[in-house]
Design a binder for this molecule. Structure first.
Ligand code: SAH
Ligand code: SF4
Ligand code: F3S
Length: 467
Protein backbone atom coordinates (compact mmCIF):
# COMPACT_ATOMS: atom_id res chain seq x y z
CA UNK A 1 0.00 0.00 0.00
CA UNK A 2 1.27 3.52 -0.86
CA UNK A 3 1.75 6.40 1.49
CA UNK A 4 -1.40 7.70 3.12
CA UNK A 5 -2.52 11.31 3.07
CA UNK A 6 -2.13 13.31 6.27
CA UNK A 7 -5.30 13.36 8.22
CA UNK A 8 -6.66 16.72 9.34
CA UNK A 9 -10.04 15.79 10.62
CA UNK A 10 -12.54 18.16 12.08
CA UNK A 11 -15.28 16.65 14.13
CA UNK A 12 -18.54 18.35 14.98
CA UNK A 13 -17.12 18.96 18.43
CA UNK A 14 -13.76 20.38 17.35
CA UNK A 15 -10.52 19.42 15.68
CA UNK A 16 -9.11 15.96 15.91
CA UNK A 17 -5.49 16.17 14.84
CA UNK A 18 -3.85 13.24 13.14
CA UNK A 19 -7.03 11.18 13.09
CA UNK A 20 -5.99 10.03 16.56
CA UNK A 21 -8.06 7.24 17.95
CA UNK A 22 -9.81 6.40 14.70
CA UNK A 23 -10.31 2.69 14.18
CA UNK A 24 -8.62 1.24 11.12
CA UNK A 25 -10.44 -1.21 8.89
CA UNK A 26 -7.29 -1.92 6.85
CA UNK A 27 -8.79 -0.53 3.65
CA UNK A 28 -7.86 2.51 1.59
CA UNK A 29 -9.81 4.88 -0.64
CA UNK A 30 -8.88 7.30 -3.40
CA UNK A 31 -11.04 10.21 -4.48
CA UNK A 32 -10.68 12.51 -7.49
CA UNK A 33 -12.83 15.62 -7.77
CA UNK A 34 -14.09 17.53 -10.80
CA UNK A 35 -16.22 20.66 -10.90
CA UNK A 36 -16.96 23.55 -8.59
CA UNK A 37 -15.89 24.41 -5.06
CA UNK A 38 -19.06 22.81 -3.71
CA UNK A 39 -17.89 19.54 -5.20
CA UNK A 40 -14.42 20.02 -3.74
CA UNK A 41 -15.98 20.55 -0.34
CA UNK A 42 -18.31 17.57 -0.79
CA UNK A 43 -15.23 15.42 -1.38
CA UNK A 44 -13.82 16.75 1.88
CA UNK A 45 -16.97 15.52 3.59
CA UNK A 46 -16.85 12.16 1.81
CA UNK A 47 -13.25 11.76 2.96
CA UNK A 48 -14.35 12.60 6.51
CA UNK A 49 -17.15 10.02 6.41
CA UNK A 50 -14.77 7.29 5.19
CA UNK A 51 -11.90 8.18 7.53
CA UNK A 52 -14.42 8.03 10.36
CA UNK A 53 -15.20 4.46 9.34
CA UNK A 54 -11.57 3.39 9.44
CA UNK A 55 -10.58 3.84 5.79
CA UNK A 56 -7.22 5.37 4.96
CA UNK A 57 -6.92 7.96 2.15
CA UNK A 58 -4.30 7.40 -0.57
CA UNK A 59 -2.95 9.43 -3.52
CA UNK A 60 -3.18 6.81 -6.27
CA UNK A 61 -6.11 4.70 -7.50
CA UNK A 62 -3.68 1.75 -7.73
CA UNK A 63 -3.20 1.81 -3.95
CA UNK A 64 -6.90 1.93 -3.16
CA UNK A 65 -9.57 -0.67 -2.42
CA UNK A 66 -12.25 1.91 -3.12
CA UNK A 67 -11.95 4.47 -5.95
CA UNK A 68 -14.36 7.40 -6.11
CA UNK A 69 -14.83 10.02 -8.80
CA UNK A 70 -16.78 13.05 -7.66
CA UNK A 71 -18.12 14.31 -10.95
CA UNK A 72 -19.35 17.47 -12.66
CA UNK A 73 -22.00 17.63 -15.34
CA UNK A 74 -22.11 21.37 -16.05
CA UNK A 75 -20.81 21.03 -19.62
CA UNK A 76 -20.46 18.07 -21.94
CA UNK A 77 -16.65 18.05 -21.66
CA UNK A 78 -16.76 17.97 -17.85
CA UNK A 79 -19.20 15.07 -17.88
CA UNK A 80 -17.09 13.10 -20.36
CA UNK A 81 -14.02 13.24 -18.15
CA UNK A 82 -15.36 10.66 -15.74
CA UNK A 83 -15.98 8.14 -18.50
CA UNK A 84 -12.41 8.47 -19.71
CA UNK A 85 -11.19 7.95 -16.13
CA UNK A 86 -13.47 4.94 -15.76
CA UNK A 87 -12.09 3.56 -19.04
CA UNK A 88 -8.62 3.49 -17.47
CA UNK A 89 -9.92 1.40 -14.58
CA UNK A 90 -11.71 -1.22 -16.66
CA UNK A 91 -10.76 -4.46 -14.91
CA UNK A 92 -9.21 -7.47 -16.66
CA UNK A 93 -10.81 -10.58 -15.17
CA UNK A 94 -11.96 -10.44 -11.58
CA UNK A 95 -12.59 -6.90 -10.31
CA UNK A 96 -10.40 -6.12 -7.32
CA UNK A 97 -11.66 -2.67 -6.44
CA UNK A 98 -14.93 -1.01 -5.61
CA UNK A 99 -15.42 1.80 -8.10
CA UNK A 100 -17.95 4.51 -7.35
CA UNK A 101 -19.27 7.53 -9.23
CA UNK A 102 -20.40 10.42 -7.02
CA UNK A 103 -21.69 13.92 -7.66
CA UNK A 104 -23.58 15.56 -10.47
CA UNK A 105 -23.04 12.98 -13.24
CA UNK A 106 -24.09 10.26 -10.78
CA UNK A 107 -27.25 12.15 -9.90
CA UNK A 108 -28.05 12.88 -13.52
CA UNK A 109 -27.20 9.59 -15.21
CA UNK A 110 -28.13 7.22 -12.36
CA UNK A 111 -28.37 3.61 -13.50
CA UNK A 112 -27.13 4.50 -17.00
CA UNK A 113 -23.63 4.61 -15.54
CA UNK A 114 -23.79 0.88 -14.82
CA UNK A 115 -24.72 0.33 -18.47
CA UNK A 116 -21.83 2.40 -19.81
CA UNK A 117 -19.27 1.10 -17.30
CA UNK A 118 -20.42 -2.22 -15.82
CA UNK A 119 -17.37 -2.35 -13.54
CA UNK A 120 -18.83 0.53 -11.51
CA UNK A 121 -20.64 -0.77 -8.43
CA UNK A 122 -21.71 2.41 -6.64
CA UNK A 123 -23.53 5.51 -7.90
CA UNK A 124 -24.32 8.20 -5.34
CA UNK A 125 -25.47 11.84 -5.50
CA UNK A 126 -24.50 14.68 -3.20
CA UNK A 127 -27.52 14.41 -0.92
CA UNK A 128 -26.66 10.82 0.04
CA UNK A 129 -23.02 10.92 1.11
CA UNK A 130 -23.85 10.15 4.71
CA UNK A 131 -25.08 6.78 3.44
CA UNK A 132 -21.76 5.86 1.81
CA UNK A 133 -20.55 3.50 4.57
CA UNK A 134 -23.85 1.61 4.37
CA UNK A 135 -23.67 1.46 0.59
CA UNK A 136 -20.10 0.11 0.79
CA UNK A 137 -21.19 -2.45 3.37
CA UNK A 138 -23.95 -3.61 1.01
CA UNK A 139 -21.37 -4.18 -1.74
CA UNK A 140 -19.14 -6.10 0.64
CA UNK A 141 -22.03 -8.33 1.59
CA UNK A 142 -22.54 -9.31 -2.05
CA UNK A 143 -24.64 -6.59 -3.71
CA UNK A 144 -23.11 -5.91 -7.10
CA UNK A 145 -24.70 -2.51 -7.69
CA UNK A 146 -25.85 0.05 -5.17
CA UNK A 147 -27.25 3.53 -5.58
CA UNK A 148 -27.94 6.56 -3.37
CA UNK A 149 -29.85 9.07 -5.47
CA UNK A 150 -32.53 10.53 -3.21
CA UNK A 151 -32.74 14.30 -3.43
CA UNK A 152 -34.40 14.34 -0.04
CA UNK A 153 -35.47 17.87 0.94
CA UNK A 154 -35.04 16.93 4.60
CA UNK A 155 -31.41 15.92 4.16
CA UNK A 156 -29.27 18.04 6.50
CA UNK A 157 -25.94 17.35 4.73
CA UNK A 158 -24.25 17.34 8.16
CA UNK A 159 -21.39 14.87 8.29
CA UNK A 160 -19.76 13.98 11.54
CA UNK A 161 -16.26 14.43 10.16
CA UNK A 162 -14.75 16.58 7.42
CA UNK A 163 -11.25 16.33 6.05
CA UNK A 164 -10.40 19.72 4.53
CA UNK A 165 -7.66 19.75 1.89
CA UNK A 166 -6.69 23.41 2.10
CA UNK A 167 -4.91 24.36 5.30
CA UNK A 168 -5.51 28.09 4.85
CA UNK A 169 -9.02 28.56 3.53
CA UNK A 170 -11.96 26.52 4.77
CA UNK A 171 -14.93 25.96 2.50
CA UNK A 172 -18.28 25.95 4.21
CA UNK A 173 -21.53 25.27 2.37
CA UNK A 174 -24.39 27.40 3.71
CA UNK A 175 -27.01 26.63 1.08
CA UNK A 176 -27.43 23.49 -1.02
CA UNK A 177 -29.22 23.10 -4.35
CA UNK A 178 -30.76 25.80 -6.51
CA UNK A 179 -34.30 27.09 -7.00
CA UNK A 180 -33.53 29.17 -10.08
CA UNK A 181 -34.35 27.70 -13.44
CA UNK A 182 -31.73 28.93 -15.91
CA UNK A 183 -32.65 27.11 -19.09
CA UNK A 184 -29.11 25.91 -19.85
CA UNK A 185 -28.24 24.57 -16.41
CA UNK A 186 -28.20 21.08 -14.88
CA UNK A 187 -27.59 22.16 -11.29
CA UNK A 188 -31.26 22.23 -10.16
CA UNK A 189 -31.51 18.66 -11.54
CA UNK A 190 -28.28 17.39 -10.02
CA UNK A 191 -28.45 19.11 -6.65
CA UNK A 192 -32.15 19.51 -6.07
CA UNK A 193 -34.02 22.40 -4.49
CA UNK A 194 -32.52 25.14 -2.35
CA UNK A 195 -31.95 24.21 1.31
CA UNK A 196 -30.28 26.67 3.70
CA UNK A 197 -28.54 25.44 6.84
CA UNK A 198 -29.47 26.91 10.21
CA UNK A 199 -27.32 29.92 11.18
CA UNK A 200 -26.48 28.48 14.61
CA UNK A 201 -25.05 25.31 13.01
CA UNK A 202 -23.01 27.38 10.55
CA UNK A 203 -21.63 29.67 13.26
CA UNK A 204 -20.76 26.68 15.43
CA UNK A 205 -18.80 25.20 12.53
CA UNK A 206 -17.00 28.52 12.01
CA UNK A 207 -15.94 28.52 15.68
CA UNK A 208 -14.58 24.98 15.32
CA UNK A 209 -12.70 26.03 12.18
CA UNK A 210 -11.02 28.81 14.14
CA UNK A 211 -10.02 26.24 16.79
CA UNK A 212 -8.52 24.24 13.99
CA UNK A 213 -6.40 27.19 12.83
CA UNK A 214 -8.45 28.61 9.97
CA UNK A 215 -8.85 32.37 9.72
CA UNK A 216 -10.34 32.54 6.21
CA UNK A 217 -13.73 31.02 5.48
CA UNK A 218 -15.36 30.75 2.08
CA UNK A 219 -19.13 30.45 2.26
CA UNK A 220 -20.47 28.34 -0.57
CA UNK A 221 -23.74 28.00 -2.42
CA UNK A 222 -24.82 27.93 -6.07
CA UNK A 223 -26.84 31.02 -5.17
CA UNK A 224 -25.10 31.83 -1.90
CA UNK A 225 -26.88 35.14 -1.43
CA UNK A 226 -30.31 33.48 -1.60
CA UNK A 227 -29.49 32.15 1.88
CA UNK A 228 -32.42 32.28 4.26
CA UNK A 229 -31.95 31.01 7.80
CA UNK A 230 -34.58 28.29 8.39
CA UNK A 231 -34.35 28.72 12.18
CA UNK A 232 -36.43 31.24 14.18
CA UNK A 233 -33.45 33.61 14.13
CA UNK A 234 -34.29 34.17 10.44
CA UNK A 235 -30.98 35.74 9.40
CA UNK A 236 -30.64 36.95 5.84
CA UNK A 237 -27.42 36.50 3.89
CA UNK A 238 -25.90 39.88 4.78
CA UNK A 239 -26.58 39.30 8.48
CA UNK A 240 -24.97 35.89 8.31
CA UNK A 241 -21.91 37.36 6.56
CA UNK A 242 -21.43 39.85 9.36
CA UNK A 243 -22.04 37.22 12.05
CA UNK A 244 -19.40 34.91 10.53
CA UNK A 245 -16.93 37.80 10.21
CA UNK A 246 -17.46 38.65 13.88
CA UNK A 247 -16.50 35.20 15.16
CA UNK A 248 -13.30 35.70 17.18
CA UNK A 249 -10.28 34.61 15.14
CA UNK A 250 -11.86 35.11 11.70
CA UNK A 251 -9.83 37.47 9.50
CA UNK A 252 -11.55 36.91 6.15
CA UNK A 253 -14.91 35.77 4.88
CA UNK A 254 -15.52 35.15 1.17
CA UNK A 255 -18.66 33.96 -0.54
CA UNK A 256 -19.54 32.50 -3.91
CA UNK A 257 -21.64 32.43 -6.14
CA UNK A 258 -23.96 35.43 -5.93
CA UNK A 259 -27.04 35.61 -8.12
CA UNK A 260 -27.94 39.11 -9.35
CA UNK A 261 -31.61 38.58 -8.52
CA UNK A 262 -30.89 38.36 -4.79
CA UNK A 263 -28.03 40.82 -4.63
CA UNK A 264 -29.25 43.45 -2.16
CA UNK A 265 -27.60 46.68 -0.96
CA UNK A 266 -27.15 45.15 2.55
CA UNK A 267 -24.41 42.91 1.12
CA UNK A 268 -22.46 45.94 -0.11
CA UNK A 269 -23.07 47.64 3.23
CA UNK A 270 -21.65 44.58 5.03
CA UNK A 271 -18.52 44.68 2.85
CA UNK A 272 -18.17 48.39 3.47
CA UNK A 273 -18.66 48.20 7.23
CA UNK A 274 -16.79 45.01 8.13
CA UNK A 275 -13.16 44.75 6.97
CA UNK A 276 -13.14 40.96 7.46
CA UNK A 277 -15.79 40.58 4.75
CA UNK A 278 -13.68 40.34 1.58
CA UNK A 279 -14.14 43.05 -1.02
CA UNK A 280 -14.86 40.70 -3.91
CA UNK A 281 -18.16 39.71 -5.47
CA UNK A 282 -18.54 36.94 -8.06
CA UNK A 283 -21.71 38.02 -9.84
CA UNK A 284 -22.16 36.09 -13.11
CA UNK A 285 -24.03 37.99 -15.80
CA UNK A 286 -24.00 35.16 -18.45
CA UNK A 287 -24.92 37.57 -21.30
CA UNK A 288 -25.08 41.29 -21.97
CA UNK A 289 -28.22 40.99 -24.10
CA UNK A 290 -31.61 41.29 -22.42
CA UNK A 291 -33.10 39.11 -25.16
CA UNK A 292 -30.64 36.28 -24.46
CA UNK A 293 -31.00 36.75 -20.68
CA UNK A 294 -34.74 36.22 -21.09
CA UNK A 295 -34.17 33.05 -23.13
CA UNK A 296 -31.80 31.89 -20.38
CA UNK A 297 -34.44 32.73 -17.76
CA UNK A 298 -31.93 34.66 -15.71
CA UNK A 299 -34.74 36.88 -14.32
CA UNK A 300 -32.97 40.22 -14.83
CA UNK A 301 -32.34 42.55 -17.74
CA UNK A 302 -29.04 44.08 -18.86
CA UNK A 303 -30.15 47.39 -17.33
CA UNK A 304 -31.09 45.82 -13.98
CA UNK A 305 -27.74 44.07 -13.85
CA UNK A 306 -25.91 47.31 -14.62
CA UNK A 307 -27.86 49.04 -11.83
CA UNK A 308 -26.53 46.46 -9.37
CA UNK A 309 -23.00 47.03 -10.68
CA UNK A 310 -23.45 50.78 -10.20
CA UNK A 311 -24.57 50.15 -6.62
CA UNK A 312 -21.45 48.03 -5.95
CA UNK A 313 -19.13 50.54 -7.62
CA UNK A 314 -20.61 53.34 -5.49
CA UNK A 315 -19.25 51.64 -2.36
CA UNK A 316 -16.67 53.60 -0.37
CA UNK A 317 -14.54 50.45 -0.23
CA UNK A 318 -13.32 49.31 -3.67
CA UNK A 319 -14.96 45.96 -4.46
CA UNK A 320 -13.69 43.71 -7.23
CA UNK A 321 -16.29 42.10 -9.42
CA UNK A 322 -15.91 38.89 -11.42
CA UNK A 323 -18.33 37.09 -13.72
CA UNK A 324 -19.22 34.03 -15.74
CA UNK A 325 -20.28 34.42 -19.36
CA UNK A 326 -21.74 31.95 -21.85
CA UNK A 327 -21.24 32.63 -25.57
CA UNK A 328 -23.23 31.00 -28.37
CA UNK A 329 -26.43 30.41 -26.43
CA UNK A 330 -29.13 29.20 -28.89
CA UNK A 331 -30.30 32.17 -30.93
CA UNK A 332 -27.45 34.48 -29.85
CA UNK A 333 -26.95 36.85 -32.81
CA UNK A 334 -23.86 38.86 -33.60
CA UNK A 335 -25.72 41.89 -32.20
CA UNK A 336 -26.42 40.04 -28.92
CA UNK A 337 -22.76 39.11 -28.67
CA UNK A 338 -21.76 42.74 -29.30
CA UNK A 339 -23.96 43.66 -26.34
CA UNK A 340 -21.99 41.27 -24.15
CA UNK A 341 -18.77 42.92 -25.34
CA UNK A 342 -20.12 46.37 -24.60
CA UNK A 343 -21.20 45.20 -21.14
CA UNK A 344 -17.60 44.19 -20.47
CA UNK A 345 -16.56 47.75 -21.33
CA UNK A 346 -19.15 49.17 -18.98
CA UNK A 347 -18.60 46.86 -16.01
CA UNK A 348 -14.80 46.52 -16.19
CA UNK A 349 -14.68 43.10 -14.55
CA UNK A 350 -11.62 42.20 -12.51
CA UNK A 351 -11.75 38.60 -13.69
CA UNK A 352 -14.00 35.77 -14.61
CA UNK A 353 -14.74 32.66 -16.60
CA UNK A 354 -16.29 32.29 -20.03
CA UNK A 355 -17.65 29.24 -21.76
CA UNK A 356 -19.14 28.07 -25.03
CA UNK A 357 -22.76 27.01 -24.59
CA UNK A 358 -23.00 23.27 -24.13
CA UNK A 359 -26.43 21.62 -24.47
CA UNK A 360 -27.18 19.54 -21.38
CA UNK A 361 -29.58 16.61 -20.97
CA UNK A 362 -33.06 17.41 -19.63
CA UNK A 363 -32.59 21.18 -19.68
CA UNK A 364 -34.97 23.39 -21.70
CA UNK A 365 -32.10 24.84 -23.75
CA UNK A 366 -31.19 21.35 -24.96
CA UNK A 367 -34.19 21.50 -27.27
CA UNK A 368 -33.73 25.08 -28.44
CA UNK A 369 -32.33 25.35 -31.91
CA UNK A 370 -28.57 25.57 -31.41
CA UNK A 371 -28.17 28.13 -34.18
CA UNK A 372 -24.58 29.19 -33.53
CA UNK A 373 -22.06 26.95 -35.34
CA UNK A 374 -19.28 25.51 -33.18
CA UNK A 375 -16.65 27.48 -35.07
CA UNK A 376 -18.51 30.73 -34.46
CA UNK A 377 -18.85 29.92 -30.75
CA UNK A 378 -15.08 29.45 -30.66
CA UNK A 379 -14.52 32.78 -32.41
CA UNK A 380 -16.82 34.63 -30.01
CA UNK A 381 -15.14 33.04 -27.01
CA UNK A 382 -11.68 34.06 -28.25
CA UNK A 383 -12.80 37.65 -28.96
CA UNK A 384 -14.42 37.92 -25.54
CA UNK A 385 -11.45 36.48 -23.70
CA UNK A 386 -9.02 38.76 -25.51
CA UNK A 387 -11.09 41.80 -24.61
CA UNK A 388 -11.40 40.75 -20.96
CA UNK A 389 -7.66 40.11 -20.80
CA UNK A 390 -7.02 43.73 -21.83
CA UNK A 391 -9.47 45.01 -19.22
CA UNK A 392 -7.87 42.93 -16.47
CA UNK A 393 -4.38 44.05 -17.43
CA UNK A 394 -5.40 47.71 -17.26
CA UNK A 395 -7.20 47.24 -13.94
CA UNK A 396 -4.25 45.40 -12.44
CA UNK A 397 -1.73 47.96 -13.72
CA UNK A 398 -3.74 50.66 -11.95
CA UNK A 399 -2.84 48.94 -8.66
CA UNK A 400 0.94 49.35 -9.09
CA UNK A 401 2.31 51.24 -6.09
CA UNK A 402 -0.54 50.20 -3.76
CA UNK A 403 -0.02 47.99 -0.73
CA UNK A 404 -2.26 44.99 -0.01
CA UNK A 405 -2.55 42.52 2.80
CA UNK A 406 -2.21 38.98 1.46
CA UNK A 407 -2.80 35.63 3.05
CA UNK A 408 0.27 33.65 1.98
CA UNK A 409 -0.73 30.29 0.52
CA UNK A 410 2.17 29.25 -1.68
CA UNK A 411 5.91 29.38 -2.13
CA UNK A 412 8.21 28.44 -4.95
CA UNK A 413 11.47 26.58 -4.63
CA UNK A 414 13.17 29.70 -5.91
CA UNK A 415 14.59 31.71 -3.06
CA UNK A 416 12.27 34.28 -1.48
CA UNK A 417 9.32 33.73 -3.81
CA UNK A 418 5.88 33.61 -2.20
CA UNK A 419 2.30 33.76 -3.37
CA UNK A 420 -0.83 34.97 -1.66
CA UNK A 421 -4.27 36.39 -2.25
CA UNK A 422 -5.55 39.84 -1.54
CA UNK A 423 -8.95 40.37 0.06
CA UNK A 424 -10.15 41.40 -3.44
CA UNK A 425 -9.11 37.91 -4.61
CA UNK A 426 -6.09 38.81 -6.71
CA UNK A 427 -3.06 36.55 -6.81
CA UNK A 428 -0.06 38.54 -5.60
CA UNK A 429 3.36 36.91 -6.03
CA UNK A 430 6.07 38.54 -3.99
CA UNK A 431 9.57 38.47 -2.67
CA UNK A 432 10.26 38.80 1.02
CA UNK A 433 13.74 40.02 1.76
CA UNK A 434 12.96 40.03 5.47
CA UNK A 435 11.71 36.48 5.83
CA UNK A 436 14.60 34.39 4.65
CA UNK A 437 14.07 31.90 1.87
CA UNK A 438 11.21 29.48 1.45
CA UNK A 439 13.64 26.60 1.32
CA UNK A 440 15.41 27.82 4.45
CA UNK A 441 12.22 27.07 6.32
CA UNK A 442 11.36 30.59 7.51
CA UNK A 443 7.85 29.95 6.36
CA UNK A 444 5.33 32.67 5.70
CA UNK A 445 2.67 30.14 4.75
CA UNK A 446 -0.63 30.89 6.42
CA UNK A 447 0.50 34.36 7.52
CA UNK A 448 -0.97 37.73 6.61
CA UNK A 449 1.66 40.12 5.27
CA UNK A 450 1.74 43.54 3.61
CA UNK A 451 2.90 43.55 0.01
CA UNK A 452 3.52 46.51 -2.29
CA UNK A 453 2.63 45.95 -5.95
CA UNK A 454 5.52 46.53 -8.38
CA UNK A 455 4.29 44.93 -11.61
CA UNK A 456 1.04 43.63 -13.05
CA UNK A 457 -0.11 41.02 -15.54
CA UNK A 458 -3.65 40.18 -16.63
CA UNK A 459 -4.02 37.38 -14.11
CA UNK A 460 -1.73 38.29 -11.24
CA UNK A 461 0.34 40.97 -9.56
CA UNK A 462 4.00 40.95 -8.55
CA UNK A 463 5.26 42.79 -5.50
CA UNK A 464 7.59 43.05 -2.56
CA UNK A 465 6.83 42.51 1.08
CA UNK A 466 7.03 45.58 3.24
CA UNK A 467 7.32 45.69 6.98
N1 SAH B 1 -24.78 29.12 -9.74
C1 SAH B 1 -23.91 29.90 -10.48
C2 SAH B 1 -23.07 29.15 -11.46
C3 SAH B 1 -23.19 27.71 -11.64
S1 SAH B 1 -22.34 26.89 -12.90
C4 SAH B 1 -24.67 30.99 -11.16
O1 SAH B 1 -25.86 31.02 -11.20
O2 SAH B 1 -24.02 31.87 -11.72
C5 SAH B 1 -20.91 27.84 -13.31
C6 SAH B 1 -20.99 28.47 -14.65
O3 SAH B 1 -21.01 27.50 -15.68
C7 SAH B 1 -22.23 29.30 -14.91
O4 SAH B 1 -22.17 30.56 -14.33
C8 SAH B 1 -22.29 29.34 -16.41
O5 SAH B 1 -21.54 30.43 -16.91
C9 SAH B 1 -21.60 28.05 -16.83
N2 SAH B 1 -22.56 27.09 -17.38
C10 SAH B 1 -23.59 26.50 -16.76
N3 SAH B 1 -24.26 25.69 -17.60
C11 SAH B 1 -23.65 25.79 -18.81
C12 SAH B 1 -23.89 25.21 -20.10
N4 SAH B 1 -24.89 24.37 -20.32
N5 SAH B 1 -23.03 25.53 -21.11
C13 SAH B 1 -22.00 26.39 -20.89
N6 SAH B 1 -21.73 26.95 -19.71
C14 SAH B 1 -22.55 26.66 -18.66
FE1 SF4 C 1 -27.60 26.98 -12.59
FE2 SF4 C 1 -28.91 29.24 -12.75
FE3 SF4 C 1 -28.98 27.83 -10.48
FE4 SF4 C 1 -26.74 29.06 -11.21
S1 SF4 C 1 -28.69 30.04 -10.69
S2 SF4 C 1 -26.93 26.98 -10.48
S3 SF4 C 1 -26.77 28.90 -13.42
S4 SF4 C 1 -29.86 27.25 -12.45
FE1 F3S D 1 -20.50 20.81 -11.76
FE2 F3S D 1 -22.30 19.96 -10.10
FE3 F3S D 1 -20.74 21.95 -9.42
S1 F3S D 1 -22.55 20.17 -12.26
S2 F3S D 1 -20.33 22.94 -11.36
S3 F3S D 1 -20.10 19.90 -9.81
S4 F3S D 1 -22.87 21.69 -8.90
Amino acid sequence: MGSSIDIRLETLTGPRAGGAGLPSNGKAFFIETFGCQMNVHDSEKVAGVLLGRGYQQVHQPDDADVVFFNTCSIREKAAQKVFSRLGLLRPGQAPTKIIGVLGCVAQQEGEEIFERAPWVSLVCGSASYRKLPDLLAQIESGNRRVMGLDLDVDETFETELTRRDNPFRAYLTIIEGCDKACTYCVVPLTRGPERSRASAVILEEVRHLVDFGYSEIQLLGQTVNSYRDPSPRGMNFAELLVAVAQVAGIRRVRFTTSHPRDFHPEIVQAIEAVPAVCNHVHLPVQSGSTRVLAAMQRTYTREEYLDIIAMIRASKRPISITSDIIVGFPGETEADFEETLSLLDLVQYDGGFSFKFSPRPNTPAQHMEDSVPEEEKGRRLAVLQEKQRGIQLARNEALIGQTFEVLVDGCSSRVEQWAGRTSCHRVLNFTSPCAGSASAGASLLGQYVQVKVKRAGPNSLVGERIT
